[in-house]
Ligand binder design. Structure first.
Ligand SMILES: Nc1ncnc2c1ncn2[C@@H]1O[C@H](COP(=O)(O)OP(=O)(O)OP(=O)(O)O)[C@@H](O)[C@H]1O
Ligand SMILES: [Mg+2]
Length: 258
């Protein structure tokens, strides 16, 4: 090999090494940039997730507060007012009171106490419906549906295809969810019919709810979520459940799994 050939080979080797070095460098730089982007994306997702969880928690706290102030208001306005009146009646009972008046007052007192019992029953029933406690979710839903069908304004069809008992913690949450969905249909949908089905799919409980009203597009859903839908989300997050709005030809349809 002549001296000039050696020089050429050396040049080729140097250039080759240079190319390999540049390639390795760009792979390393690319890798670092890619890792950073990935990390930034992960952080963004984590932030979205934690913001969402915070929002759910805030909704849960807000509705708890609303529930408390409602109960406080009812206790104050109804039971409190009745107790004050009862005390006034008791003040009228003196040893010298003629028997006829005594009887009149005790009759009024008895009626008042009956009203008070009704009131307290109503308040506690609202907190956890008695029928749910006594008969379980399916019969409680059947009774809820019956009450609304009896009004004649709308026809709700309820299908129970559950194959097992629904665990207690799910019962109240699902009952409240169906109550809100029906409420929304009555308030917003202008619907004539509602179909509700509840069934087991493997381990999960599935609730399908559909009305034939005006429906709601997905943009509305993103911007117009009120307390009702947020409450549903918050109840489902407690149950590790999900809700998906389906796209029916007419009306609104939702599938809830928990
Ligand atoms: N079945 C339905 N058909 C048509 N639109 C609906 C239906 N359900 C909900 N919507 C729309 O979605 C919006 C959000 O519902 P959401 O229950 O969160 O709030 P709301 O019913 O307006 O108020 P609230 O806090 O009292 O429940 C409603 O304002 C309504 O526009
Ligand atoms: Mg609502």
């Amino acid at each position: 090999m002549g001296a000039s050939e050696e020089a050429i080979t050396l040049k080729i080797i140097i250039i080759g090494m240079g190319v390999i070095f540049m390639l390795s460098l760009s792979v390393i730089v690319f890798f670092i940039i890619y890792q950073r982007r990935l990390l930034a994306q992960q952080k963004k997702h984590q932030k979205i997730e934690s913001d969402y969880q915070k929002e759910l928690l805030e909704t849960a706290i807000l509705s708890q507060e609303e529930e408390r102030s409602r109960v406080a208001k009812e206790l104050h306005d109804e039971v409190g007012a009745m107790l004050t009146t009862t005390k006034l009646y008791f003040g009228q009972i003196t040893p010298s009171l003629p028997e006829i008046e005594f009887e009149e007052i005790t009759n009024k007192l008895r009626a008042f106490l009956d009203d008070m019992i009704q009131s307290v029953r109503g308040i506690s029933q609202d907190l956890r419906p008695v029928i749910l406690e006594k008969l379980g979710l399916i019969e409680a839903l059947q009774s809820l549906v019956q009450t609304i069908n009896d009004t004649g304004g709308i026809q709700i069809n309820f299908k129970d295809n559950t194959s097992r008992i629904v665990p207690k913690p799910k019962e109240l949450n699902l009952y409240r969810i169906v109550q809100e969905l029906i409420n929304n249909t009555l308030k917003h949908a202008k619907a004539k019919n509602v179909d509700i089905e509840i069934k087991h799919e493997n381990e999960a409980l599935v609730l399908l709810y559909k009305d034939d009203g005006i429906g709601l597009d997905h943009k509305t859903l993103l911007n117009k979520k009120g307390l009702g839908l947020k409450n549903i989300e918050s109840r489902l997050s407690v149950l590790s459940g999900t809700m998906n709005f389906l796209k029916p030809k007419k009306g609104m349809a939702i599938r809830i799994v928990c």
